[in-house]
Design a protein around this ligand. Sequence first.
Ligand code: NDP
Ligand code: 8X3
Length: 249
Amino acid sequence: MTKTALITGATSGIGHATAYEFAKHGINLILCGRRLERLHTIQEALSKLTNVHILNFDVRDKAETFKAIESLPVNFKHIDILINNAGNAHGLDPINEGSIDDWEAMIDINVKGLLYVSKAIIPQMTERQSGHIINIGSSAGKQVYPKGNVYCGSKHAVLAITEGMRIDLNPFGIKVGAISPGLVETEFSQVRFKGDKIANTVYDGFKALQAEDIAEIIYFVVSRPAHVNIADMLIFPTAQANAFTLNKQ
Ligand code: NDP
Ligand code: 8X3
């Protein structure tokens, strides 16, 4: 039977590439994000390959999140795969200089937003005793790097929540796992540095991971047989050895 996936943060980067990868394989899509125009453009393109429904909401807004998911038409209500991808870093500052607004954005989007979306979808999965949840973590969720403080904290939380979800949802036969990339060339650095020109240099001097690299891995994970659950995967560009060791030429 054709599966349906809900992807948060589908308007750019990893979420966008995952939507394309899933569409190529005929997975029905519910694509989420705040930028409505982009959602329409992507829907138009991918509708040639699969059925696509879009949901325009901010994961920080609990009521809006529940309302959006509740509003799904009957042919999109049954969600087999949830990709909790929406997220970003905001700022790169030592803790003594960091902005409270940045900290709140990272906790509200990366952690609380992921929980709201999950809370809205898990009940149908427990009821059916099936489903697959993939949370996009980061190498920053495994190792803290200088000035990474709260972003790293938010991604450590994502990985801890993923482990907790896997334990608690295990009796229901629901697969839960994390994908933890290192540096991926997306709009991530434009957001982190708020459009500052430093964002244009982050991926200079080495070949960063591309969003499509991660999308292919996510499809690999969701296409394993029923008895196989990939619990966690850490992926670096070849030039990166850990969260803070990068071989730039
Ligand atoms: P992008 O900035 O390209 O994409 C982020 C996506 O998240 C966008 O689609 C954006 O959509 C969505 N988003 C952001 N804030 C909100 C919000 N408040 N409500 C709803 N959607 C939101 O970055 P990436 O693709 O790189 O990031 C995707 C995930 O991958 C994130 O969780 C990030 O932490 C993680 N990651 C990224 C790495 C990297 O190096 N790029 C490495 C490791 C992990 P819109 O603005 O339309 O709402
Ligand atoms: C994104 C990768 O190294 O910028 O999670 O934190 S990093």
